[in-house]
Write a new protein. Structure first.
Length: 175
């Protein structure tokens, strides 16, 4: 039993230590920092991640080449920050870390994000209405006040869905 406790303690320690690091010592030794920065720039990764790598690698006595990573990251951002990509990133619900100076990227990201949030809300409404409908089909289980409350809630959700589905246009004209 004592050996089993020691084993589980060691296993827990390994799990906790490995769960806290974002990069292993082996990865620190073999990573080409410029390439990694480029790849992470292409996907708009949080630029503070390099500090996590530096901390992880310093535990093994390895110094991160932050300059190479930053140069690669900036090259990768050129692709990431395209206006077209802004809409896609927002539309797919991806996190944005404010890494683009491109005003059109930021506008398009916000438009895509609004479309994503709208779709998410429509899905939530659909599930809520289905849940209400299930409850309303139970003829014996509801008192009249609860049935009225559910019908009112369903009507409110249906109105919200109709409002979200109605098309709206916004024009910006500059002379």
């Amino acid at each position: 039993m004592k050996n089993q406790n020691i084993f589980f303690s060691l296993l827990l320690t390994v799990f906790l230590v490995s769960g806290c690091t974002s990069m292993s010592i082996e990865e620190c030794q073999t990573t080409h920092w410029g390439d990694l920065g480029y790849q992470q720039g292409q996907v708009g990764e949080n630029p503070n991640i390099i500090n996590d790598y530096a901390k992880d690698c310093s535990e093994g006595g390895i110094t991160v080449d932050k300059e190479a990573w930053s140069q690669g990251y900036e090259r990768g951002l050129i692709q990431y920050c395209s206006p077209r990509n802004g809409y896609q990133e927002g539309r797919n619900g991806r996190s944005y870390y404010g890494v683009c100076d491109n005003e059109q990227f930021n506008k398009n990201y916000e438009l895509g994000r609004q479309a994503y949030l709208k779709e998410e809300r429509l899905n939530d409404i659909k599930k809520e209405i289905e849940d209400i409908d299930r409850k309303l089909r139970d003829k014996n289980g509801l008192d009249p006040d609860e049935r009225k409350r559910l019908n009112d809630e369903r009507k409110s959700l249906t109105n919200e869905r109709a409002s979200l589905l109605s098309t709206s246009y916004q024009f910006n004209v500059t002379f």
